[in-house]
Design a protein around this ligand. Structure first.
Ligand code: AMP
Length: 524
C-alpha cells in the first residue's frame, strides 16, 4: 500500500507545494528515499530521470534546511539543462518555505552567478566545471554545507568528471549527509560511493517479474513543448472509439482534458480531487460512450472499474514499470485487441529503456504522423462518415439539394459541405511538428589542453560538418582529450571528424586516460 505524502513526515509548507504541483502520492523512489533521507542516512539510489528522484532527495533536504541560513545544500549535476531543471523543481518545492535554489553552470555569465551567490541561496545546483571555477575564485563557500547530492552520477563519470567531483567533495565539510543517484550501479559508481558515502542505505525501485499483456505497444518520441499537438496527431490518425489517457499529476490531467476540449476533442478528467459523486458521473458517461477520451491520473485510475478500452495512452511516461504494466493492462482484456501508446521526451528515453528491461519486451518506436498523412486520414474518415450516412433517409433535404446542384458546380458543393463537416469536429493543427531534440551521446575527442584546443575551435569544426551549435551539449576539455555531447545519430560523424586513428565513440567502459600525447595544434 502506497503511503501518502502526509505520512512521510514532511513540513506542511512542503505538502502544500507538492499539492499545488498536483502530485497525488509519492512515486516508489520517493516513498523509499524520503524517510531514509529524513533519518539522516547517506543514500545510494538507483533511479533515472522520470522516476521523481528530484523530489526524492529535494523534499527531505528542504525539510531540514534553515531558511535564510546561507548555503546548506549542493547538488552536482552533469549538464546545464539538468541543473536548471533541478533548481527550478527545488525552488518550486521550497516556495512556501521561501527557500531558493540557484543553478550555476558553464555558458552563463559568471559575474551574474557571482552576484546571485552573494544573495546566499540555501541550495546551489551546479555542473562540476563551473562549481570548481567558483570554488577557485572564492565566490562559493561550502563551509556550512550539510547536504551534498550527486545527481546522475553515471553520466558525470561517463563525461570524465570524476576528478572534478573528487576535488569539489574534498572541499565539503566531513560532517554532512551525502546522496548519490545513478541509473546504473556499475563498478565505477560503487567506487565513487565507497569514496564519498558513509554507510549508505541503498534505495532502488523493486525489480519485478512482470509480464506486460500481449497487446501492441508503441512509443513516439515527442518534443516536450509540443506534447498536446503530438497527441492530437496520433488521435486523428488512430481515431480510437475510446481511450484512457494517463497523466502524471491531477493538475496535468485537468489541463490536458481542457486543452483537448479546446481543440474539439471530447475529453474529461478524473482525479483524486473529484468527489465520489463527480467521479461516478464521469465514469457513467464514459462507459455510455458520451465522450471519447478519459484523462486520468494514476491514483484516480487505480480504483476505476473500466473493463475495456481499445487504447491506453501514456501522455506522461509512467514513473515505474509497475505503473506501466497496470496502466496498459486496461486494454487488451479478455483476448480483445488493444493498443498502448507512450509519449516520450528525449530526456525520458532512458526511463523507457528501463521499463523495457523490466517487462522484458521491446516497445516499438513509431514516427509521429506528418501533417499530410493526418489530413489524408481525416479525409478518409470523413468520407466514410458521409457514405454511411447515405443509408439514412434524407427526404426533406432532397429538393434543396437539387436546387443547389442546378446553380453550383457539384464538386464545389460537396467539397464545401465536407469542409464544414470537418470543421465541426476536431481542429487540425496546421503546422508541421518539430523533431524532438535528439538524445545526446558523449564523444571522446583525442585532443585536449596540451593541444591548445579551445571550445570555440571545436564548435566551429562541428558546425562545419553540419552539427548545429544548439544541438551541442556540454564540452569538457581535459589535459589530453575532450568530451563533447552531440546528438546520438551524429556521434560517429563527430568522432570521425577528429579521427587520428584514436577518435572513437566513448562508451561506458572507457576511462579517461592520463597518457600524454605528443601532438599539438591539430588532428593532422
Ligand atoms: P524527475 O525524475 O525528478 O525528473 O521527475 C519527473 C517528473 O515527475 C517531473 O515532472 C516531476 O514534477 C514529476 N513528479 C515528481 N514526483 C511526482 C509525484 N509524486 N507525482 C506526480 N508527478 C511527480
Amino acid at each position: 500500500m502506497t503511503r501518502s505524502f502526509e505520512e512521510l513526515g514532511l513540513k506542511p509548507e512542503l505538502l502544500r507545494a507538492v499539492n499545488d504541483l498536483g502530485f497525488e502520492s509519492p512515486t516508489p523512489i520517493q516513498e523509499k528515499a524520503i524517510p531514509v533521507a529524513l533519518s539522516g542516512c547517506d543514500i545510494l539510489g538507483q533511479a533515472q530521470t522520470g522516476t521523481g528522484k528530484t523530489a526524492a532527495f529535494g523534499l527531505p533536504i528542504l525539510n531540514k534546511i534553515v531558511p535564510r541560513g546561507g548555503l546548506q545544500a549542493l547538488i552536482i549535476c552533469p549538464t546545464r539543462e539538468l541543473a536548471v531543471q533541478v533548481a527550478m523543481d527545488l525552488t518550486n518545492f521550497g516556495r512556501y518555505l521561501r527557500i531558493r535554489a540557484l543553478p550555476v553552470y558553464g555558458g552563463q555569465s559568471i559575474n551574474l552567478q557571482i552576484r546571485a551567490l552573494y544573495n546566499r541561496p540555501e541550495l546551489v545546483v551546479g555542473t562540476p566545471g563551473r562549481l570548481l571555477d567558483h570554488l577557485q575564485r572564492g565566490t562559493l563557500s561550502l563551509e556550512h554545507l550539510r547536504f551534498v547530492v550527486l545527481d546522475e552520477a553515471d553520466e558525470m563519470l561517463d563525461m570524465g568528471f570524476r576528478e572534478d567531483i573528487d576535488s569539489i567533495l574534498s572541499r565539503c565539510p566531513g560532517e554532512r549527509q551525502t546522496m548519490l543517484f545513478s541509473a546504473t550501479m556499475a563498478p565505477p559508481i560503487a567506487d565513487l560511493a565507497r569514496s564519498f558515502l558513509n554507510e549508505p542505505e541503498e534505495v532502488a525501485i523493486r525489480r519485478l517479474e512482470v509480464t506486460a499483456p500481449l497487446i501492441e505497444q508503441r512509443y513516439y518520441e515527442v518534443n516536450p513543448n509540443q506534447k498536446v499537438e503530438s497527441l492530437c496527431r496520433i488521435l486523428d490518425v488512430e481515431n480510437p472509439a475510446s481511450a484512457l489517457v494517463f497523466c502524471r499529476t491531477k493538475r496535468g490531467a485537468d489541463d490536458l482534458a481542457e486543452n483537448l476540449r479546446v481543440r474539439g476533442y471530447e475529453a474529461e478528467a478524473i482525479h483524486g480531487d473529484l468527489s465520489q459523486r463527480e467521479r461516478d458521473s464521469v465514469m457513467t458517461r464514459f462507459r455510455a460512450g458520451s465522450f471519447e477520451l478519459l484523462v486520468a491520473s494514476d491514483v484516480a485510475a487505480r480504483g476505476l472499474d473500466i473493463s475495456h478500452v481499445s487504447y491506453v495512452i501514456n501522455y506522461d511516461i509512467p514513473q515505474d514499470p509497475d505503473s506501466y504494466v497496470n496502466r496498459i493492462g486496461r486494454t487488451g482484456r479478455a483476448g480483445r485487441e488493444g493498443t498502448a501508446i507512450t509519449l516520450v521526451t528525449p530526456r525520458e528515453v532512458r526511463q523507457l529503456r528501463f521499463i523495457e528491461r523490466m517487462i522484458n519486451k521491446r516497445i516499438r518506436r513509431c514516427a509521429l504522423p506528418t501533417l499530410s498523412e493526418t489530413i489524408e486520414r481525416r479525409q478518409q474518415q470523413l468520407a466514410r462518415r458521409v457514405v454511411s450516412a447515405l443509408e439514412e433517409p434524407s427526404g426533406e433535404y432532397r429538393s434543396l439539394a437539387a436546387e443547389l446542384l442546378e446553380e453550383h458546380d457539384s464538386t464545389d458543393l460537396v467539397a464545401t459541405l465536407l469542409r464544414s463537416l470537418d470543421q465541426e469536429g476536431r481542429n487540425l493543427e496546421r503546422t508541421e511538428l518539430q523533431e524532438a531534440r535528439p538524445e545526446r551521446l558523449t564523444v571522446r575527442v583525442p585532443l585536449g589542453r596540451v593541444d591548445g584546443v579551445q571550445v570555440r575551435d571545436l564548435l566551429h569544426r562541428l558546425e562545419a560538418v553540419g552539427i548545429a551549435r544548439r544541438d551541442i551539449g556540454n564540452i569538457k576539455i581535459l589535459e589530453d582529450h575532450t568530451y563533447v555531447e552531440v546528438p546520438a545519430e551524429l556521434a560517429d560523424q563527430a568522432a570521425g571528424l577528429f579521427k587520428t586513428g584514436r577518435g572513437r565513440r566513448h562508451n561506458r567502459t572507457d576511462k579517461p586516460s592520463n597518457r600524454r600525447r605528443p601532438i599539438r595544434g591539430g588532428t593532422k
